[in-house]
Design a protein around this ligand. Structure first.
Ligand code: URP
Ligand code: ZN
Ligand code: ZN
Length: 476
């Protein structure tokens, strides 16, 4: 019997902290040796010229999420995780969403049924809390956090999802007591409703007006409010999908005051602007997401916040709706007001390559920060570290082998999701995930799937260390 199942030789290992040349010995899906001349293995992978990084963790994506308005997500756990694997991702964390009036546990159980036997890579669940009843706050959430669902998202906008400030406070106080990580969708619902009404009165209903209705001021206000409510309770929180400088300033201000406030951004805020919603006919619907992409100055601010550490997490916010589909972007036809277009864009498979090319290769961020943003920090913030998110003895052998010299052109027909478009069609990128291993199994090679459906395992998340309060609040 060989000492290792797999040996990865001659690669340059890059983690969030270090870069060094070493071989990696893998046994039973875990990393068991790092060093030179490690000996024999069942399978040897030659990584000469490649960078060996932790497999990506996409900590914000939506797969097969029931919506209740007739829209249907294009990707389930099968197509979503195959697409993720081909893009270098080895763990995804989508959302088990509660409908108002529904038990949260029912939502989680339903989501297990949707994922069971379908995933190509590992997965955990966040929850979405829309109805923080006494039962949810006192019984369901404490039990679910204990059982490995230790993070959840709340919304300050969307009529069917949003919480009022008192509800947010109740949720934050529960998170503080139980050690859960709170993610916030920060947009002011009333500002958006007011602007929407004005625009509709003037007949301004085309997709591009979505970006005007979802003003960056509405995002800034809600970001500041969420931070203030969390400060009052003394609990950490993470602002998701931050689009530009207004919200970034609020997060930086909070961090400067020593608050545990984390930030996430996504490829669309680097690569798209509001002009991408202004296309021929209804085409702009393809780029309708919330918050919307802004302008080139906002893109620069987002790059800077990735570089200087205001953001900890880089996720796709993959929210997959087919364009030419009455259950997708055309739910209400191709002349519908922007208010009726399902929000979200696809990006599971392109997330890493975009940041690698536009960030690392163009020297806006270094390779260790790339690893921190796309794997190590999400693992820490959501309670999966050090099992996931690093290259260390004892960690799962979740690895992506990158060729920094390879060139690719994004083409939807070559992606593995079930969406009929990508907003990045034709984009030329540098750097490619040549091979992805999830717990030692090669799940994709040169952009093609090599794993097994159902191989992906559900991961229970620990209470995250970054969710711990500072211990400043009185009376909780
Ligand atoms: O437009 C977006 N981002 N859709 C996905 C749902 C969400 O709010 O993250
Ligand atoms: Zn959101
Ligand atoms: Zn989302």
């Amino acid at each position: 019997m060989h000492k290792f199942d797999t040996l990865i030789r001659n690669g340059l290992i890059i983690t969030a902290a270090d870069r060094y040349s070493a071989d990696i010995g893998i046994r039973d899906g875990r990393i068991v040796a790092l060093g030179q001349e490690l000996g024999e293995a069942e399978e040897v992978i030659d990584a000469e010229g490649l960078w060996v990084m932790p497999g990506g963790i996409d900590a914000h994506c939506h797969l097969d999420q029931p919506l209740g308005d007739g829209a249907v997500m294009a990707d389930d756990f099968d197509s979503g995780t195959r697409s993720a694997a081909c893009g270098g991702t080895t763990t995804v964390i989508p959302f088990a969403a509660q409908f108002k009036g529904q038990s949260l546990r029912t939502a989680v159980e339903d989501y297990h049924r949707r994922s069971e036997g379908k995933a190509w890579i590992d997965y955990a669940f966040h929850m979405i809390v829309t109805d923080p009843s006494e039962k949810v706050l006192k019984q369901e959430l404490p039990a679910l956090i204990e059982e490995g669902y230790s993070s959840f998202k709340i919304y300050l906008t969307y009529d069917d999802l949003k919480l009022n400030d008192r509800e947010v406070l109740n949720v934050l106080a529960m998170a503080r007591r139980e050690g859960g990580m709170v993610m916030v969708h920060a947009e002011n619902a009333d500002c958006i409703a007011y602007l929407t009404e004005l625009l509709e009165e003037q007949g301004k209903t085309a997709p591009r007006f979505h970006a005007e209705a979802h003003s960056s001021i509405a995002e800034r206000e809600a970001t500041h409010r969420a931070i203030s409510l969390a400060e009052l309770i003394d609990v950490p929180l993470l602002i998701v999908h931050v689009s530009g400088p207004e919200a970034i300033e609020q997060i930086r201000w909070a961090q400067g005051r020593g608050l545990r406030v984390y930030g996430e951004t996504c490829p669309q805020y680097l690569m798209l602007t509001a002009d991408d919603l202004d296309q021929q006919g209804f085409e702009g619907a393809k780029c309708v997401c919330s918050p919307p992409p802004r302008d080139p100055a906002a893109q620069q601010a987002v790059w800077q916040a990735l570089e200087n550490g205001v953001f900890q997490v880089f996720s796709s916010d993959h929210a997959p709706f087919r364009y030419d589909d009455p259950k997708g972007k055309k739910l209400h036809g191709d002349e519908a007001s922007f208010t009726h277009i399902p929000n979200g864009i696809p990006g599971l498979e392109t997330r890493l390559t975009i940041l690698f090319s536009e960030g690392v290769i163009k020297q806006r961020i270094d390779a260790t920060r790339f690893v921190a943003l796309t794997a190590t920090n999400p693992a820490k913030i959501y309670g999966l570290y050090p099992r996931k998110g690093t290259i260390a003895i004892g960690s799962d052998a979740d690895l992506t082998l990158w060729d920094p010299q390879a060139r690719t052109t994004v083409t939807n027909s070559e992606l593995h999701h079930a969406v009929d478009y990508t907003p990045y069609e034709g984009l030329e990128l540098m750097g490619k995930p040549m091979m992805t291993l999830c717990r030692g199994l090669v799940v994709s090679r040169d952009g093609e799937l090599t794993g097994e459906v159902g191989y992906g395992r559900f991961l229970k998340c620990d209470r995250p260390q970054p969710a711990r309060p500072r211990g400043m609040a009185k009376g909780f």
